[in-house]
Write a protein that binds this ligand. Structure first.
Ligand code: ADP
Ligand code: MG
Length: 646
């Protein structure tokens, strides 16, 4: 029974004038169970023939049948399956993967053929023990002698059965004793029924074989049988490909994942440098977003401290209106009428006056706000000492005043009996009845001295004016702000005969701020995103270099049966893993930046959201996929023979 049939095989390298025909119309049949040596001088085409036999390379023309299957026209993946099912390779230079130990190297073909984890481990250990390597199972190739490495590679060739073992100069790199040992092993394997095809330039090595074929300049010049093929009665059994089950895919993924981690560990420095771009990108995205969010939260907290569901009515046509101070349209009467509306909880008029404040020999400029008794509630002010004025004070227009911390510090640096003292504002005496606690500074710290008196007192005693500077309306809880605002506008417009005032509500301020900080954040995030993309390009760059550097590894994987998709998956996982690890480190860096920031800025902190961190990690995964794809595809498109011969 012929396991291999070659008919009219030609191999041509190069094109045009540089064309070389390395194999010329080769016809060859090899029986199952035979031991064949192919000999010839260097450059005669032995390796080229071997690579075609091993489905690592394709012939330029001719027909090749292996185990009855026609190889011509098979896709790269079908060839990989064929290699995995029938073929085991032994190379002159062993071709073990340097990052995997002996057992992992032996397991490799079974990973790609889909043997279960436990079974392949047991089998790999058994094979190694049979070859006297039982005590070298977890050694790396670099920790093994040449002879030992070649035995590991024999075990690897046997892992999936190795019906046909192809050995290209297996003793070429070994001393004579190790060489004899390897040949003895091959002899034993042949006795057990394996078909062995050996390439050598050494007559002594060839003498182990049953049949010796000599090749010269790509032509078979002699074909001699020395011994009969004891296994000639042997048949081969077509094998099933069971490599598409879910368990297989899952196992492939886990293994590719493990190998990626090994590859990353094996090149620590390079991995870290690859990650650097991602680390910087992610750290800046996350901390910029956190900074934006932190400052927005701070501003919103300030707005909330102004009191929610309040609407402020002011004279004029808006904040930008230069003539607004000339408008004398709002009156206490307006405020009283508004207070009686069904949707209004309370309405407080306010006047404001700035002037000179005097206490003993200190004279400073201060702001005096004339407000109603609800003012302190609405603004959420607390008293530190004394009390706030009440309805009675407002009704009577009592000459009392509540001072803030700035005023207290300025006038009474040494403390003392502050409450009860009488200060002079614009030549009018005012008795201090209370001190307010430090307020949340609205929009940054302010050093204005602020005091509050009943609006009646301010209007009667200080400004002498019937008009007020604003009305603060507190809307009832169950009333919508927009409806209330509309009603107020309608009511006052009817009363005044024209709209000579404008309204501001905290909601609209909040919306403006949210939209402006939102825009800012978007802008900064875009910049940070660009840095991420740059990081991604860095990853791609280094992965591309790494693929060229690792062509031999890729060739070995393909020789032992890895399909293109497995190689693609492996490199893609590596790229994604690098990006995710980079992303994690980036997030940690961002927290570090926040910590550092909090040492210097006390007024607000960076606010990290789970969403932004999740998004950052998702982003880095995506970058790994996008920028890892091209290098991974390049790796998977390599021709196994080119990858091995580099
Ligand atoms: P052997 O293994 O018998 O020493 P090879 O099969 O490696 O010989 O090479 C046979 C001939 O084919 C040599 O002349 C070599 O230069 C040529 N050759 C091998 N591979 C290539 C290639 N990829 N491109 C061009 N020429 C090649
Ligand atoms: Mg060769």
């Amino acid at each position: 029974m012929n396991i291999i049939e070659l008919r009219g095989i030609n191999k041509v390298y190069g094109t045009g004038d540089n064309q070389v025909r390395v194999l010329k119309d080769v016809n060859l049949d090899i029986e199952a169970g035979d031991f064949v040596a192919i000999i010839g001088q260097s450059g005669s085409g032995k390796s080229t023939l071997m690579n075609i036999l091993g489905c690592l390379d394709t012939a330029s023309s001719g027909n090749y049948k292996i185990a009855g299957e026609n190889v011509a026209g098979m896709t790269p993946d079908q060839l990989a399956t064929l290699r995995s099912q029938y073929l085991g390779f032994i190379f002159q230079r062993y071709n073990l993967l340097s990052t995997l130990n002996a057992e992992e190297n032996v397991e490799l073909p079974a990973i790609y053929s889909g043997l279960k984890h436990q079974e392949r481990q047991t089998r790999a250990e058994a094979l190694l023990s049979n070859l006297d390597l039982g005590n070298r199972i977890d050694h790396l190739p670099s920790e093994l002698s040449g002879g030992q490495q070649q035995r590991v590679s024999i075990a690897r060739a046997l892992m999936n059965g190795g019906d046909i073992i192809l050995a290209d100069e297996p003793t070429g790199a070994l001393d004579s004793k190790s060489g004899e040992n390897v040949m003895a092993i091959l002899k034993t394997l042949n006795d057990q029924g394996h078909t062995i095809i050996l390439v050598t330039h050494d007559k002594n090595v060839a003498n182990y074989a049953n049949r010796i074929i000599e090749i010269k300049d790509g032509v078979i010049i002699s074909d001699e049988r020395k011994k009969p093929n004891k296994n000639s009665a042997q048949d081969y059994h077509p094998k099933d490909d069971n490599r598409n089950s879910f368990a297989y895919l899952k196992d492939q993924f886990t293994e590719a994942f493990k190998m990626s981690i090994q590859a990353i560990k094996a090149h620590k420095m390079r991995s870290v440098l690859t990650m650097l771009g991602i680390i910087i990108g992610i750290a800046s995205v996350v901390s910029v977003v956190a900074l934006g969010k932190g400052s927005q939260e701070k501003i919103l907290a300030d707005i909330n401290s102004m009191g929610t569901n309040t609407i402020v009515i002011m004279p004029g046509h808006g904040f930008g209106d230069r003539n607004s101070s000339k408008y004398k349209t709002l009156t206490v009467h307006d405020s009283d009428l508004l207070a009686r509306q069904s949707y209004v909880d309370s309405a407080t008029p306010a006047v404001s006056s700035s002037g000179t404040l005097t206490w003993q020999n200190i004279s400073v400029t201060a702001q005096l706000q004339g407000v109603g008794e609800q003012y302190f509630d609405v603004k959420g002010l607390k008293s530190e000492e004394g009390r706030f004025f009440n309805r009675e004070d407002v009704k009577k227009g009592s000459a009392v005043v509540v001072i803030d911390q700035n005023t207290k510090n300025k006038l009474f640096p040494n403390g003392g009996d502050i409450v009860g003292s009488t200060i002079i504002f614009n030549r009018q005496p005012l008795k201090i009845i209370g001190i307010s606690e430090k307020q949340n500074a609205n929009f940054g710290p302010s050093d204005t001295l602020t005091m509050w008196s009943p609006y009646t007192a301010v209007m009667n005693r200080i400004t002498g004016d019937r008009n007020i500077s604003s009305i603060t309306v507190k809307v009832k809880d169950d009333v919508s702000m927009t409806a209330a605002e509309k009603n107020i506008i309608r009511f006052l417009t009817v009363k005044h005969g024209k709209e000579d005032f404008f309204t501001v509500n905290t909601d609209s301020i909040r919306q403006t701020i949210e939209s402006t900080t939102g825009t800012m954040r978007l802008l900064i995030s875009c910049i940070a995103l660009i840095s991420l993309v740059v990081g991604g390009i860095g990853v791609m760059n280094i992965m591309l270099v790494s693929v060229t550097e690792r062509t031999r590894e890729i060739g070995i994987r393909m020789a032992v049966g890895a399909r293109r998709s497995s190689v693609l998956q492996q490199f893609l996982i590596e790229a994604v893993l690098i990006c995710i690890i980079g992303g994690f480190i980036g997030v940690l860096f961002a927290f570090g930046i926040g910590l550092f920031f909090s040492l210097f800025v006390k007024t607000f902190t960076l606010s990290y959201s789970a969403a932004s961190i999740f998004l950052a990690l998702a982003c880095s995964t995506l970058i790994g996929v996008i920028f890892g794809y091209i290098p991974a595809r390049n790796a998977s498109r390599l021709n196994p023979v080119d990858a091995l011969c580099d």
